[in-house]
Write a protein that binds this ligand. Structure first.
Ligand code: HEM
Length: 437
């Protein structure tokens, strides 16, 4: 027995020794890495900040913020307080720099400089599809964006306003039978309905392209159908591009607008003393609102803008540095992610007096360049900016003119794991129909 056990014991001992040696080597490796990190920390020419632990950086802290009711922006807010306007962190193995000066926003968002490019994380690229303008190369992006921009002309928007108004009236009518409604739930349910309608539409229209339809999809399908397709200088989008980009517009446009509307309702509820509130109750001479009606609602437009400023639904915009460069006096290395912190810009007291006060009238004065970033700026500005504003105005007008309402849950907690800043409560309101004599 003993002779049989002895070699096993020796083998066990040498295994243990190897394990201990391996662990020691690994610890030394970590120590060297950490020292290297600390050396980098102390360099004064790169933005201040912590790179966190080797390999994982500050990923855990970032995930904790996403999973908290303060929302993912809290990760940025805490570091800004600790390190100042321009700081650096490491998330998911990559260096991220956050900046919040309007001059930096201008330098970075100006796509002509060729210093920065837009980059979305892999999961977003997979969600929207690789033919989406969000993931396209600079050249391809230009082509798709120019095709899609045609869809947002004033003519298209005029038609859209009427269609959207019909949809809002129809949905608000359903509220009559309820006493409490959750604004966000309603908005998200609407999204699902729209998605299934589009899917059905594409297959039906492909069968009969001569049918009369006046909308985005039809225009894209018709251009595609003309077959004027030239690989080098093409004027149309391919089928895959149409599909991915219709989906992109739905994703980019639905949650953002739904969240923005929800915040607007909350801010209005919290500021009932707003003396110009009554101005919102403007009535249109037409059955449905027209594009001209919306242009004739100056105070409501300011309410929309102020809500977007305070909510900062898209809190920061990521870009990738294509070259080594300098920002706010700090060195930025090629390959680093540089994020424009729009929320911080929107809450900068040097740009907005009493930034935490909901004050639509502040927009009577002209804003400083690059101080209002709710829709981004430059070559990647939100494509749906006018459509989003129109939706918010139509909703606001119909809500104010159809119901007396009150938010019943003042909780400001943010939805965990949401892509955009949105209220966890969904903003439930009680509604009472207004009866006109
Ligand atoms: C209140 C609602 C909305 C907000 C706050 C919003 C915000 C933004 C922001 C900040 C960007 C630029 C991000 C960057 O520069 O990195 C953006 C891009 C974009 N938005 Fe919106 N958006 C809204 C509604 C919409 C709607 C309704 C649509 C379309 C129907 C839309 C389509 C897009 C598209 C396609 C892009 C990408 C543009 C490009 O990369 O060239 N958005 N949006």
């Amino acid at each position: 027995m003993a002779t049989l056990l002895l070699p096993n014991l020796e083998f066990g001992l040498s295994c243990n020794a190897l394990l201990v040696l391996g662990a020691l080597l690994f610890l030394m490796y970590l120590l060297v890495k950490m020292l290297k990190y600390q050396n980098q920390e102390s360099r004064s020419d790169i933005p201040p900040g912590s790179r966190g632990l080797p390999f994982i950086g500050e990923t855990l802290q970032f995930m904790a913020a996403i999973n908290s009711s303060k929302g993912f922006y809290d990760f940025v807010r805490i570091r800004r307080l600790r390190y100042g306007n321009c700081f650096r962190t490491n998330i998911f193995g990559e260096t991220h720099v956050f900046v919040s000066r309007t001059e930096s926003a201008k330098a970075i968002l100006n796509t002509d400089s060729g210093m920065f490019t837009k980059r979305y994380i892999k999961s977003i690229a997979e969600l929207v599809g690789h033919q989406s303008l969000l993931c396209a190369s600079q050249q391809h992006h230009k082509l798709i964006r120019s095709r899609l921009s045609n869809l947002f002309s004033s003519n298209s928007l005029s038609l859209f306003v009427k269609q959207f108004d019909e949809l809002v009236i129809e949905n608000l009518r359903i509220w009559e039978h309820k006493t409490t409604v959750v604004v966000l739930d309603e908005a998200l349910k609407a999204r699902k309905r729209i998605m299934s309608i589009i899917e059905k539409e594409i297959s039906e229209r492909r069968r009969d392209l001569d049918g009369y339809h006046e909308d985005f999809l039809q225009r894209l399908l018709l251009e595609d159908d003309k077959g004027c397709y030239d690989a080098t200088n093409r004027s149309t989008l391919s089928d895959a591009e149409i599909q991915d980009n219709i989906l992109t517009m739905i994703i980019a446009g639905q949650d953002t607008t739904a969240s923005a509307i929800t915040w607007m309702v909350k801010y209005l509820d919290e500021n009932p003393e707003n003396e110009q509130f009554q101005l919102l109750r403007k009535t249109s001479s037409e059955l449905f609102l027209t594009f001209e009606d919306l242009n004739d609602m100056p105070y409501s437009s300011k309410v929309v803008k102020e809500s977007l400023r305070m909510a900062s639904v898209v809190p920061w915009f990521p870009r990738l540095a294509l070259h080594n460069c300098e920002i706010e006096g700090f060195k930025i290395k090629k390959g680093w992610n540089v994020n424009i912190d729009a929320r911080e810009v929107h809450l900068d007291p040097t740009l907005y007096k009493d930034p935490n006060k909901f004050n639509p009238s502040r927009f009577e004065d002209e804003s400083k360049p690059y101080s209002f970033l709710a829709f981004g700026m430059g070559g990647r500005t939100c494509l749906g900016v006018n459509m989003a504003k129109a939706m918010m105005l139509v909703f606001l007008h119909r809500l104010i003119t159809t119901y007396r309402w009150k938010v019943i849950n003042p909780d400001s907690s943010i939805e965990k794991w949401a892509m955009f800043s949105r209220l966890k409560s969904g903003c439930p309101v009680t509604v009472t129909p207004i009866t006109y004599a």
